[in-house]
Design a protein around this ligand. Structure first.
Ligand SMILES: [Zn+2]
Ligand SMILES: [Zn+2]
Length: 395
């Protein structure tokens, strides 16, 4: 992104609250001065002309001007990669506003005054036709237990909605749409002189072919405004990361009687302190005393259904995994996963005098068959060194 771009108002030498006529006349003056036809062989003038034309392209279109005022250059810079708002939306907490904004602004059929090239100019839409609201997507972080058990959430969002003042027409009371005088309703102008003629989106009407003589004050002629929305959402039991919930008709408001768009909630489940999750299956590491594992006994295993008792056979090795069937996540469709409990030995620590004495006593009573793996290891080591000795002697 070019961040060193100058302010559009500054480029045209107009105030931030300049009227459409003031902007237009400022642009005209500058365009006359810097027009490439009047400044042959002057690359600076050409660059300047491009700059002021770009500024005019944005400030002359009420919708683009509003975006520019709200978001700066990024708000009107429709690159192929979409948006990158380097802004602080942290007050929205778990809602990813980038997604919302990109779905709000993206896909709008924006065709640049300059990028259009040969045969450019966007398709003219009927400005009085009902317009369906935009589909919105946002990411919602959900706690692990919320996802396992299901919950209800309310989300505060700012969504585009029809402007009530003008009922989405964009026209102030008593004003109306008239055919654009610049393009005579075609939405396209022929620019450039000489051999090359370039069809471009009409900068006055933004390609719509008509203009409002007095734009609505509350929406600046765009027909929509942003409104805070309070949306309650049911999080289904067992939902997993990557799931998308669709709330029909809860997206951006339609304009001029158009249907509202849909709202998509992309779920991201946060990690748990206890469980690992893979779909509907769960895993849990259970610290167990090696003494309990040697003697056999029962250990408590946490499961979504409550504590389960697992019988440990005498001599259970470290790392042994026990599968508890049907003790994983239960989905809202009634499917249920398994839970794998992995035994992890915990070496006894913070021993008091009597515990130490007892363990020392146990150590004395141990024999090679008490720790067979240690015994086998000791034998292998002995063989290794006896080989080494033989080899050294024969050298
Ligand atoms: Zn309005
Ligand atoms: Zn026009």
């Amino acid at each position: 992104m070019t961040d060193r771009k100058r302010d559009y108002y500054e480029m045209l030498g107009v105030a931030k609250d300049a009227t459409a006529d003031q902007i237009k006349s400022a642009y005209r003056k500058l365009a006359m001065k810097y027009h490439p036809d009047r400044n042959p062989d002057n690359p600076e003038a050409k660059e300047k002309f491009t700059e002021i034309s770009e500024a005019y392209e944005v400030l002359s279109n009420p919708e683009k001007r509003q975006r520019y005022d709200q978001f700066g250059h990024e708000g009107v810079n429709f690159g192929p990669g979409g948006f990158n708002f380097g802004r602080d939306f942290s007050h929205f907490q778990d809602v990813d506003l980038n997604d919302i904004l990109s779905s709000f602004f993206g896909g709008g059929g924006f065709s640049s005054f300059f990028g259009g090239g040969m045969g450019g100019g966007r398709q003219r839409a009927d400005p009085s036709a009902p317009q369906r609201g935009d589909d919105m997507t946002f990411r919602l972080d959900v706690d692990f237990d919320e996802a396992i058990f299901g919950s209800e959430r309310t989300i505060d969002l700012t969504l585009p909605a029809q402007c009530d003042e003008c009922h989405g027409t964009g026209a102030a009371p008593g004003s109306r749409r008239t055919t654009c005088a610049t393009c005579h309703g075609s939405g396209v102008v022929i620019a450039g002189g000489g051999i090359f003629q370039i069809r471009q989106t009409c900068p006055r009407c933004g390609g719509e072919g008509s203009v409002i003589d007095k734009p609505c004050r509350s929406c600046r002629g765009t027909g929509h405004v942003t409104k805070p929305q309070h949306i309650s959402l049911k999080i289904p039991q067992g939902i997993d990361s990557g799931s998308r919930l669709r709330l029909a008709g809860k997206g951006g408001g339609g304009v001029r009687g158009g249907e509202p768009g849909d709202l998509y909630v992309l779920i991201n489940v946060k990690a748990s302190d206890i469980f690992e999750r893979d779909g509907l299956d769960l895993g849990v590491e259970v610290p167990v005393s090696p003494i309990a594992a040697a003697l056999g006994g029962t250990v408590d295993i946490p499961t979504p259904d409550g504590m389960a008792q697992l019988k440990l056979p005498a001599g259970t090795p470290n790392g042994k995994v026990f599968r508890l069937r049907g003790k994983g996540v239960r989905s809202f469709r009634g499917e249920v996963g398994d839970l794998d409990a992995r035994i992890v030995f915990e070496v006894p620590s913070n021993l008091d005098k009597r515990q130490k004495e007892t363990l020392e006593e146990f150590q004395r009573l141990s024999n090679p068959s008490t720790f067979p793996a240690a015994q086998t290891f000791a034998n292998k080591t002995r063989i290794f060194y006896s080989h080494k000795e033989k080899l050294q002697k024969s050298r």
